[in-house]
Write a new protein. Structure first.
Length: 209
């Protein structure tokens, strides 16, 4: 099956398989989502969701977080790992955005925020501003390789390639659906290929013959 045919099949089937696909981070507004997404680096969304209610009770607004003592923030987010660098990033992000006239609502301005890369920016743009966004998390990166959606390995290049294949109205939802497939079936160490509806055309399928 050619790559375009695989993509078209995925676009038809993924919404049927994962009608509940969504961003798994709990948030209230773009400010909270941006901070939560920065914290989610190299940890699970579930772990972040346990920490952010405490963080946002202590610092409900970005100007409060901007003035926070790093050690106080570190004590709250300690369980997430890399807590010192993450504390520096979210305080820096809060200071940067607090100095603006409004919350940045485009890729160029979001990438100027400390701690924000394209993945974080795409999460915020897709979720909060309705932008067409390819969100290349660990699951989308892995499945893009296994399903041969792209030969690229760099997340930014994967994003560019997938944008060529996925229609803009479907990009954000496709990212979440592919991510759900990665969590539920196409797992990193133990992919459940015999149960996968894509096994017949998946170049990365294992243990099926």
């Amino acid at each position: 099956m050619k790559r375009r045919d695989r993509v078209n099949f995925l676009l038809r089937k993924l919404p049927e398989l994962y009608p509940d696909a969504r961003c798994m981070l709990d948030y209230s507004g773009p400010e909270h989502l941006l901070i939560a997404t920065i914290l989610a680096a190299q940890t699970t969304d579930e772990a972040v969701n346990r920490v952010t209610p405490v963080l946002f009770r202590e610092y409900p607004a970005l100007d409060r977080l901007a003035a926070a003592e790093p050690t106080s923030v570190e004590s709250i987010i300690h369980s997430l790992g890399f807590f010192r660098s993450k504390s520096k990033s979210i305080i820096g992000a809060a200071r940067h955005i607090s100095g603006l006239d409004g919350f940045p609502d485009n890729m160029e301005d979001l990438l100027k925020v400390p701690g924000v890369g394209r993945k974080t920016a795409n999460v915020v743009l897709g979720e909060c501003f309705g932008a067409a966004a390819i969100i290349v998390d660990t699951h989308v990166k892995r499945l893009s390789d296994r399903l041969d959606l792209t030969r690229e390995t760099n997340p930014d290049r994967i994003e560019i390639e997938l944008k060529k294949l996925i229609p803009p109205p479907s990009q954000t939802s496709f990212s979440h659906q592919l991510g759900f497939h990665g969590r539920r079936l196409c797992k990193a160490k133990t992919p459940m290929c015999p149960r996968c509806p894509f096994v017949s055309f998946c170049p990365g399928a294992v243990g099926t013959i």
